[in-house]
Design a protein around this ligand. Structure first.
Ligand SMILES: C[S@@+](CC[C@H](N)C(=O)[O-])C[C@H]1O[C@@H](n2cnc3c(N)ncnc32)[C@H](O)[C@@H]1O
Length: 301
């Protein structure tokens, strides 16, 4: 869980996908897409800007729901993740039986119900992002990014999007809910330290962490956006097989490391918590974890 290496993004992707599928009905993305297309005109490609794209998981989850012609611009500051994009996107298209033509800086994907022009650029979103123009954009989206940013950063982006008349979709923001099965006497202490760690500066100023969606809603409302939210929780269960067990091991390790860094004086209790959780993981029936996330959709009438 430290940093955003491609292996971590690949490990979380199926949990993200299942979580977003569970939220899909409440969000009704096809209706949202139809609303965007009405504004743009039926034949024009929807223009989507994906902030903190990683290896493109947000596009893979969202583009099939939007359907039709789309032009995506993906932005991240990490060149390793951007370098992986052409292969990951072509592999995804191949697995769906779709055609993909790609160069180093752009990929075109054609399926029966969608056509995607995808380009990407390296940019530090924490810095001066005036160079990232919004002209012509219909939708600014980000997955698993909102909890990293600060309230000031978010207010600036919402103001920019409002001025450009652009809709927003923030997927998979953590919301402080963590439920273990079975419970452990030290869960609350470890999780309090973990949540505090999530609010440390991640380059954008003090991070919103688990309060991100809660903080975004009034700012969006004041800017004139209509909003809808839906839970998109990860359900991780050791009994479901090795991918779930690998995810649980990563969560235990990531939460314990962050908690120790945040509260060094609690290190021995956190280590004991980690040992008990790892022991549970090693034998049936194992354990389970629900990690609360929230989807946030915002649009202008
Ligand atoms: C949790 S990952 C999510 C990646 C992807 N959206 C997904 O859902 O798999 C957060 C992403 O934000 C990117 N990021 C973090 N800080 C950034 C910054 N200052 N500028 C641009 N991208 C940044 C990371 O490189 C990483 O790809």
């Amino acid at each position: 869980m430290s940093g955003f290496d491609p292996d971590w993004l690949a490990l979380r992707e199926p949990f993200d996908r299942a979580a977003r599928e569970a939220a899909a009905q409440a969000l009704d993305i096809p209706v949202f897409a139809a609303r965007l297309r009405e504004r743009r005109g039926p034949d024009a490609a929807l223009q989507v800007l994906d902030l903190g794209c990683g290896t493109g998981a947000n596009l893979r989850a969202l583009a099939p729901q939007l359907g039709g012609a789309q032009r995506w611009r993906l932005v991240d500051h990490d060149p390793r993740l951007l370098a992986a994009l052409p292969d990951v996107l072509r592999g995804w298209a191949d697995a769906q039986g779709w055609r993909a033509d790609g160069k180093a800086q752009a990929v075109r994907i054609e399926g029966p119900a969608l056509s995607l022009d995808v380009a990407w650029q390296q940019a530090d979103l924490a810095g001066d992002h005036d160079g990232l123009h919004l002209d012509g954009a219909d939708l600014v989206t980000a997955s698993a990014l909102l909890d990293l940013v600060s309230a000031d950063w978010l207010a600036r982006w919402i103001a920019r999007c409002r001025a450009a008349g652009v809709a927003l979709y923030f997927a998979l923001s953590v919301d402080d809910r963590l439920h273990w099965r079975p419970v452990d006497a030290a869960d609350d202490e470890v999780q309090a330290a973990f949540r505090a760690h999530q609010r440390r500066d991640k380059g954008f100023g003090p991070a919103l962490g688990g309060s991100a969606v809660h903080a975004a809603l009034p700012t969006l409302a004041r800017a004139g956006y209509r909003c809808t939210t839906s839970a998109s929780d990860w359900h991780i269960d050791a009994a479901q097989g090795p991918v779930h067990r690998a995810m649980l091991a990563a969560m235990v390790d990531g939460i314990a490391s962050a908690a120790c860094e945040q509260e060094p004086t609690a290190a021995s209790r956190v280590q004991a918590w980690r040992d008990r959780r790892e022991a549970l993981l090693a034998k049936p029936p194992g354990m389970g974890l629900v990690v609360g996330h929230t989807e946030l959709l915002a649009w202008l009438d």
